[in-house]
Design a protein. Structure first.
Length: 376
């Protein structure tokens, strides 16, 4: 059973497992944690559990809380060192708050801190999947955040919107609810009186991306509408619905579900687990640019052959994830390379019968095999 409306988020048959992402500005204000609002949200989580749904919380707020305690400027985001220090202090307070409030409803909170590499590396991704599954089976409510105290600029998600989508993939959830400071996606800047809220989106296209505002209005968070659309793309490739709803109201889940206020991104297809992981990767080791003929063949489900490649970028090894793009720069697919970058460069435009002489060993069947590729 697939989710087809906002009301389905409260249907345990259509949405047995839900990821709820809460941004910093909703959890923390200039005076500290917004306890009354969080308590109301926890009541909604407890209600979802009571009707038979499993819930995972992706919670921001550690940096904002820690910056307040340490009296750091710019909300703790003045430098990487400030953010790491603020996160180390704030995460204790944040996890304690969730444990306390969930505990009042007889629910056990479980903290899980992840970095980008934890979900980009296949083995670590599977470990995260196993941990989330076991926690849910045991009746706990996992509370997930990026491990900002150790993450560097190179290994960061940078926002919890995309983290929430990746957590939904890893946990095989039915839907993601991103609680934001707006009602959903508008066809233009929502400050424009003529702006119209989009109730449903069937596939994130270039036109949809053009509607996004990349800023974070509160100054406390790191994600804007652009990051939410990127999260929707990750979710839709895995067959997961994603909703953007307004979290500034008391009991925000009820407002989305019962009043139908929000934007529902419907999944286009459900990829196999490995291909969903590959399609949702945020860091790729290189890029293969292909000609028009190869681009058409990929869309028909073919493997990528060397004859269709026109350029190679990056320093990657066999088995690394690479992007496949057309000459206009559009990303067509993600795949695992069968050759390292130098070998790919030598094989550019070459027919398969020439490969053995160029490489000095029997060639593989493709540069990127269709079984190790997901078309986007």
């Amino acid at each position: 059973m697939m989710i087809a409306s906002l009301r389905d988020l409260a249907d345990k048959a259509k949405c047995p497992r839900l990821v709820v992402k809460v941004g910093s500005a909703l959890l923390v204000d200039r005076d500290g944690p917004r306890r009354a609002w969080i308590e109301a949200l926890v009541e909604e989580i407890a209600a979802a559990r009571a009707r038979g749904q499993e819930v995972i919380v992706v919670s921001s707020g550690a940096i904002a809380l820690g910056a307040r305690t340490l009296k750091l400027e710019k909300g703790g985001r003045g430098s990487l060192a400030d953010a790491q220090a603020a996160a180390a202090v704030g995460q204790i307070a944040l996890s304690g708050l969730w444990a306390e409030l969930l505990g009042k409803h007889g629910l056990t909170a479980a903290q899980l801190l992840l970095t980008l590499e934890d979900l980009e590396d296949r083995r670590r991704y599977l470990n995260a999947t196993a941990t989330l599954t076991r926690l849910l089976d045991a009746g706990a409510v996992p509370v997930v955040n990026e491990n900002d105290s150790v993450a560097t600029q190179e290994i960061r998600f940078g926002d919890n919107d995309r983290l929430a989508a990746r957590v939904a993939q890893a946990s095989r959830s039915s839907a993601v609810l991103l609680l934001s400071d707006v009602d959903g996606l508008y066809d233009r800047n929502p400050k424009d009186p003529a702006a119209r809220l989009l109730p449903e989106v069937h596939g994130v296209t270039a036109e949809i991306h053009a509607m996004a505002d990349s800023g974070s209005a509160s100054g406390l968070g790191s994600g804007g509408m652009t990051s939410k659309l990127q999260a929707a793309e990750i979710a839709e490739r895995a067959g997961i619905a994603l909703v953007i709803g307004n979290g500034t109201h008391r009991s925000p889940i009820a407002r989305v579900v019962e009043q139908g206020v929000g934007t529902l991104f419907l999944p286009r297809r459900k990829a196999a687990a490995r291909k969903a992981w590959l399609g949702g990767r945020l860091r790729l080791k290189g890029t293969l640019t292909v000609d028009e003929g190869a681009a058409k063949a990929l869309l028909r489900g073919s493997s990528l052959l060397a004859a269709g490649i026109v350029s190679v970028e990056g320093a990657f090894h066999r088995g690394d994830a690479v992007a496949i793009r057309d000459k206009l720069g559009n990303t067509l697919a993600h795949g695992l390379a069968e050759y390292e970058a130098g070998e790919c460069t030598r094989l550019i435009g070459r027919h398969s019968r020439e490969h053995e002489a160029l490489l000095g060993y029997a060639p593989r069947s493709a540069i990127v095999h269709r079984d190790q590729m997901v078309v986007l």
